[in-house]
Design a protein around this ligand. Structure first.
Ligand code: PHE
Length: 338
């Protein structure tokens, strides 16, 4: 048998096939277990030993060429079938295409946008501030002088050798920028990214998100602060939660507080509130007169409150996330859940 003539004949028959069924039969006949190529291989033992190798190689090459010819013919069928289907009367080009995978908003973006809506509805303005900040705004103007011990606890990334530029360690510098640019009364929030040079673990990351709030007006008191925070809680958790204030120290507020809310997830203690029924929500307080002055606001005439909501922590609470580092490591398996 001349392999080349056999291949030509096989190719001709393959292109003559009109449907998948016929092609399958021909495939069996040519390269199936009892097919043509199998028969060629079966002849080998009868050949002279020196001819066996060449014969085997030819048979295998023939098989390969047949396989390719069949695959090409099958591909032509499927595209012509598609073509026929397209031309058929019942082909509906308006049917929706299969859904492609889509991205989703990061949970921090979701919470930020929700809170922006909430505060906008209460007449707040939304501000932005630089992430690379002057020492003046990040510390000095916030009543944190050069030798103040609070600087140590802020784990600052310095951006230059003389220490005038820092990566902001909190969103509070936007308080000063806000006061410089407006005349009271006003209310602002400033969500954004902040940075601390810390060893990372499940509850600390070098980069995280906060939302600053600042209200300046006539006779602003702790009662206003508590009222605003209760509205905030209703917006976040969808219902009223009791709050309590514990003393907290921050040089830019006086008095300063840590505000706790009743645990929204239980009545009698759970893992989220560590069995205390209270969750630590945010630090806050009345703006220190030195800070008002640094922002160009007269503390004899105006007063204000400020708060610093930890957005990363809030997202962790809301979705029961056990490691803050998940938020920024970009793992698609994590992000797909939102
Ligand atoms: N800026 C403070 C921090 O990040 C939080 C804070 C903001 C405290 C506003 C009081 C008032 O630690």
């Amino acid at each position: 048998m001349d392999p080349e003539a056999t291949l030509d004949a096989a190719r001709e028959r393959i292109s003559a096939c009109e449907d998948t069924e016929a092609l399958k039969d021909l495939e069996r006949e040519l390269i199936g277990k009892k097919g043509l190529v199998a028969a060629m291989l079966a002849e080998i033992p009868k050949l002279a030993p020196e001819d066996r190798k060449a014969h085997g190689q030819k048979a295998n090459a023939l098989k390969q060429s047949i396989v390719v010819a069949i695959a090409n013919r099958a591909a032509a069928f499927s595209s012509s079938q598609l073509e026929t289907a397209r031309r058929a009367d019942d082909f509906d080009a308006t049917l929706p295409a299969p859904l492609a995978d889509r991205g989703s908003l990061h949970p921090i973006t979701q919470v930020t946008r929700e809170l922006e809506d909430l505060f906008l509805s209460m007449g707040y303005e939304i501000l932005d501030g630089p992430e690379v900040e002057l020492d003046h705004y990040n510390f000095e103007a916030l009543n944190i002088t050069k030798d103040h011990p609070a600087r140590d606890s802020q784990d600052t990334f310095y951006c230059d050798e003389i220490g005038t530029l820092v990566l902001r360690t909190h969103t509070s510098p936007v308080q000063i920028r806000a006061m410089e640019d407006r005349t009271p009364p006003f209310r602002v929030i400033a969500p954004g990214r902040v940075f601390r040079q810390e060893t990372t673990d499940a509850s600390h990351d070098h980069t995280f998100y906060q939302m600053e709030g600042l209200v300046v007006g006539k006779d602003i008191s702790v009662a206003h602060l508590i009222g605003a925070m209760k509205t905030l809680l209703r917006g976040i958790f969808g219902r009223d939660l009791d709050v309590r204030l514990r003393p907290g120290h921050f040089p830019f507020v006086e008095p300063g507080f840590e505000l706790d809310a009743r645990c929204p997830f239980c009545d009698s203690g759970c893992s989220v509130c560590k069995k205390t029924t209270w969750i630590e929500l945010l630090p806050c307080g009345l703006v220190h007169p030195n800070v008002l002055r640094a922002g160009g606001v007269d503390p004899e005439e105006w007063s204000g409150f400020a708060f610093g909501l930890g957005l990363s922590r809030l997202v962790m609470l809301r979705h029961n996330i056990d490691d803050v580092r998940h938020l920024l490591d970009g793992d698609v398996r994590f992000l797909e859940q939102f």
